[in-house]
Structure formats: structure tokens, C-alpha cells
Design a protein around this ligand. Structure first.
Ligand SMILES: [Zn+2]
Length: 250
């Protein structure tokens, strides 16, 4: 199934965004990027979801959240925000919560950031067990400060019952999309770029290629995973949606 992220509509209110997604996808699926004016967790936005004939996934906030933070107070606060997000999902039968793994201050402290993230894993596992919401950790784009740029990182979360969401644009910048695709994938973010920068282009405007998208759609269909067009512009989201249709997604 194809869904569209509200990221493409981040300068309009959530109602306008969801109406547009409802029209574009013929009432299928929206992924709400719960940040800024689309924050659903502690705002009146939380009341409007049932007004649309859409199913939802939630992208957890990223602004004040760093599950790999060097400072314990920040790391723990991040976990609390994820907990609130998961409870929000649980109360509305929303199955999937997308979570970023976090980041370091610089390349030199990346190993410590991994240690901090590993401390967050039991907390995430507890949230998953208490709410029943599928917590999906996302791979990050090519920058020295990010965790989860390598498929081996999936080993860190698998045993805790956490799942993996593949962002194919991010994996294209880290030049290991094929390796990532060898793994079990619960959810997808679809967008394109030239391999150099995380541009979130409409699919076809970068260099990932339609053959690769067809393989991804096949795999996602087999696993009943949702393919989210995650673009920064409406034109980009339309282009990605059309490319996914052409590649066989429904
Ligand atoms: Zn993404």
C-alpha cells in the first residue's frame, strides 16, 4: 500500500494536509510527521484524525529527541516523548511509529552515541511491549554524526523486538541500498536524490532508478509493508506516488 507523508504539506495546517492526502491516495494512508504545526501528540490536531477515511502511521518528533544523546536527561526526555507518541498510537489503533536512532555531536563521539543508543533499547522495548505499537527505527543519511548508516546496525534492535524502516533516499546517499534491502523491512520511506545529498526529490528526479523501485515494491508487497512517499514538496510527493504506481504498488 502507498501512503503519503505530511512532510510535503508542512506549511499548511494538518486538516489541509490530510484532505490533500485523502484525495491523492483515494483515501488510503497518511504518515503524519508529528512536528511543528502537524504535531499530533499534545495538540488539537489529535482530534481531527477520525474525520478522514485514511489509515495512519506516525513519524515521531525529531526536534527535541535524541535517543543517542550524551546527556542522560536529554536521552531520557527523548524516550518519554517516544512513550507519549506510542500511547497516542495505541489509543487510536495506529500500528506503526517511526523513530530516528539519534546522533552524535561529532565523528569523534559517535562510538559514545552508540553506547547511549544501546541504553535506550530496553526503554524502547518496554514501550513496544506496553503499547503493542510497532516501533520502527529508521536508517539515516550520509553524515558523520548519524547512527544507522550501515545495515549491520539492524542487529542492535532485532533482538529487542524493534523493527526497521528503510529510507531508500538515505540509503542511496550512504551507497548501500542493496545491502539494506537484504534485511527484513517493516516500512519504507520513498524519495530520490543524486547520491550526494539527502534532497527528498520526487522519485525519478534522482539516480536510484525505476528497476530498483520495482524490486522494492515487490518486497514490500510480499511483506505487506507500507510505502510512504516522503517528499518535501507536493510536486515531489505526486511524482513519487506516480512512480510507485508504475512500479506495481497499490
Ligand atoms: Zn525518512
Amino acid at each position: 500500500m502507498i501512503g503519503i507523508s505530511t512532510l510535503a504539506f508542512s506549511n499548511t495546517d494538518l486538516e489541509t494536509a490530510l484532505s490533500a492526502v485523502e484525495q491523492m491516495t483515494k483515501a488510503k494512508h497518511a504518515e503524519i510527521f508529528s512536528e511543528g504545526i502537524h504535531d499530533v501528540i499534545h495538540s488539537e490536531n489529535s482530534e481531527i484524525l477520525s474525520s478522514y477515511a485514511l489509515s495512519y502511521s506516525i513519524h515521531a518528533p525529531t526536534l527535541d529527541v535524541n535517543l543517542a544523546a550524551a546527556r542522560e536527561t536529554i536521552r531520557k526526555t527523548g524516550l518519554e516523548i517516544i512513550q507519549d507518541s506510542a500511547e497516542f498510537c495505541m489509543n487510536r489503533d495506529i500500528e506503526i511509529l517511526v523513530v530516528h536512532p539519534g546522533y552524535a555531536a561529532d565523528k569523534e563521539t559517535l562510538p559514545q552515541a552508540y553506547k547511549s543508543f544501546e541504553k535506550s533499547i530496553p526503554g524502547l522495548q518496554k514501550i513496544k511491549e506496553e503499547t503493542g505499537v510497532r516501533i520502527c527505527i529508521e536508517n539515516m543519511p550520509d553524515a558523520d554524526i548519524y547512527l544507522f548508516r550501515n545495515p549491520d546496525d539492524i542487529n542492535l534492535i532485532e533482538t529487542a523486538g524493534l523493527e526497521f524502516i528503510l529510507d531508500i533516499g538515505h540509503a542511496h546517499t550512504t551507497e548501500n541500498l542493496k545491502e539494506f534491502l537484504q534485511n527484513e523491512i517493516a516500512h519504507y520511506h520513498i524519495h530520490d536524490n543524486g547520491g550526494d545529498f539527502d534532497s527528498h526529490f520526487g522519485f525519478g528526479d534522482g539516480t536510484i532508478g525505476h528497476f530498483c523501485l520495482e524490486q522494492i515494491v515487490k518486497k514490500a508487497k510480499k511483506d505487506k509493508a507500507i510505502l510512504i512517499a516522503e517528499n518535501k514538496t507536493i510536486e515531489g510527493a505526486v511524482k513519487t506516488y506516480e512512480a510507485l504506481k508504475k512500479a506495481g504498488a497499490d
